[in-house]
Design a protein around this ligand. Structure first.
Ligand code: SF4
Length: 167
């Protein structure tokens, strides 16, 4: 996995690396049963080279904790591994160029549950035998009360699925 991260650090397959400070590979235990997938890193993630460490990431971590899910037990990643200029949505060709890294992470970790954060994670590879759960993106949940309630319900469902998987 370390070698794989080095490939991402040195990747030049699309234009996004040019404006980024750091590549942001996924992080978490290699035997994680649950993987969270977002679209692309933001400014805080670019600064630290780690996924979901900005405000939305902290909100996600806090909500997971409230439902008994420890961030250190799950693998968190993004489809695209470099920040976009002005945090724009990655272009299709950038997503296509980067998608093999997510596919490799999924094949390596072999999660039982993949939680897709926001509609933008729809490009994520679907594999038989993996439970996919789509939830509202934490940044939207932070901003809008109605979405926050829904997001909390959805994370509650994720927690139930994890509990069911362990019985
Ligand atoms: S965004 Fe992905 S494909 Fe593009 S340079 Fe970075 S790692 Fe490579």
């Amino acid at each position: 996995m370390e070698e794989f991260s080095h490939q991402i650090y040195g990747c030049r397959k699309c234009r996004l690396w040019e404006g980024a400070k750091h590549a942001v590979p996924g992080e978490g235990p290699l035997d994680a049963k649950v993987m969270f997938v977002g679209q692309n890193p933001g400014a805080d993630e670019d600064e630290l080279g780690r996924p979901f460490v900005g405000r939305a990431g902290k909100y996600l971590t806090k909500t997971l904790n409230e439902y008994g899910i420890r961030r250190e037990d799950v693998f968190i990643t993004n489809i695209v591994k470099h920040v976009s200029p002005q945090n724009r949505k990655p272009f299709d060709d950038e997503v296509r160029a980067c998608l093999p890294y997510l596919t490799a992470e999924i094949n390596f970790i072999k999660p039982k549950i993949i939680v897709l954060l926001g509609a933008s994670a729809k490009e994520t590879l679907r594999i038989d035998g993996v439970e996919y759960i789509q939830v509202i993106h934490p940044s939207a949940a932070m901003r809008f009360t109605k979405m926050r309630e829904k997001f909390r319900q959805q994370i509650g469902e994720v927690a139930k699925q994890i509990a069911a998987m362990q019985t």
